[in-house]
Design a binder for this molecule. Structure first.
Ligand code: NAP
Length: 313
């Protein structure tokens, strides 16, 4: 690769500044490794879009942004450098890894991928056109604009049910539309939703189209069991139908599964020496803040051990 930008040699490059990336930066810098954490937005990642976190040890309840700020403060306290930039490419040449942003190239023996995931889209007519005009993927960001309205939430996992409950503080009524007749969400979240009189469910159904010219007017539904179609008027549609890994940077490196999640062992190592993955971008069966920080601590520690082995060569 031709490197024409300013170059910085460090020990560890963490790409992504959510809880996993911040914790990896904490462990690496505390082990005295020169560490940069490159994050394009505000550190905290998806946690910043979470109203209340109730399942992070040490806090019975804390707002997502507040928790993110606390993790950030600790993570940066041992000398890790936080860089605000968008990573364009990652190239690996033997032991050296080149991480290019729009302004610079960072070179290190260790790269920790902590790039997280983003919300899957439905891919139906009206979704893109009305995005930001009633179609949303973030209840915490947009719920406030829907006071006394009827909202639809699509999905049956933790996000759909948790955010559906969250939206009832603004909306008059929240209808959760799920493609099966059984939720995937944790039981405690299900119980909250079933006990909330503002929430009702439409089962076995999918959204075929979101209607409206300049704002959402309703959704066209199809019942998958009866094939019956119906129109449900509403003013907002919140879509929570799962996650897509932000793994484009490593898609050509042979370290992802068929869906794009990065495959690691329990030490967060990929099959490429010195390349680790942590948090939501990793192939795992549980995506929580607590598991993300666990991943980050593993990778930060393994980075130290890996660099020791290079020094011993
Ligand atoms: P998820 O667990 O993958 O659930 C996605 C839901 O959307 C499923 O109910 C799925 O239906 C449905 N779905 C998928 N594709 C669809 C489509 N094309 N049309 C209609 N419905 C579709 O995703 P998530 O709820 O965003 O959660 C992601 C991860 O974050 C999970 O690991 C979750 O546990 C975690 N999380 C945890 C918390 C918490 O602990 N408080 C909160 C939020 C998220 P099926 O059920 O039929 O597959």
């Amino acid at each position: 690769m031709s490197v024409t930008q300013e170059e910085f040699y460090v020990d560890v490059i963490v790409i992504g500044g959510g809880p996993a990336g911040m914790t990896a930066a904490l462990y690496a810098s505390r082990a005295n490794l020169r560490t940069v954490m490159i994050e394009k937005g505000i550190p905290g990642g998806e946690v910043n879009n979470t109203a209340d976190v109730e399942n992070y040890p040490g806090y019975s309840k804390i707002s997502g942004p507040e928790l993110a700020a606390k993790i950030y403060e600790g993570a940066m306290s041992f000398g890790a450098e936080h860089i605000t930039a968008n990573v364009i490419s990652l190239e690996i040449h033997n032991e050296e890894k080149y991480v290019q942003t729009e302004g610079a190239t960072y070179i290190a023996p260790v790269v920790i991928m902590a790039t997280g995931s983003h919300h899957r889209q439905l891919g139906v007519a009206g979704e893109e056109k009305l995005s930001g005009q009633g179609v949303s993927y973030c209840a915490v960001c947009d719920g406030f604009f829907f006071r006394n309205r009827h909202l639809v939430v699509v999905g049956g996992g933790d996000s759909a049910v948790e955010e559906g409950v969250y939206l009832t503080q603004f909306a008059d009524k929240v209808t959760i539309i799920h493609r099966r007749d059984e939720l995937r969400a944790q039981q405690i979240l299900q119980d909250r939703a079933f006990n909330n009189e503002k929430i009702n469910f439409i089962w076995d159904s999918i959204v075929e189209e979101i209607e409206g010219d300049f704002s959402v007017k309703g959704v066209q539904l199809q019942n998958l069991k009866t094939a019956e179609r119906s129109f449900l008027p509403c003013e907002g549609v919140f879509i929570y139908i799962g996650l897509i890994p932000n793994s484009e940077l490593v898609r050509n490196l042979g370290v992802t599964d068929e869906e794009g999640w990065i495959v690691t062992n329990e030490r967060m190592e990929t099959t490429i020496p010195g390349l680790y993955a942590v948090g939501d971008v990793r192939q795992t069966h549980l995506r929580q803040i607590a598991t993300a920080v666990g991943d980050g601590s593993h990778a930060g520690h393994m980075a130290y051990q890996y660099i020791q082995t290079l020094a011993d060569k």
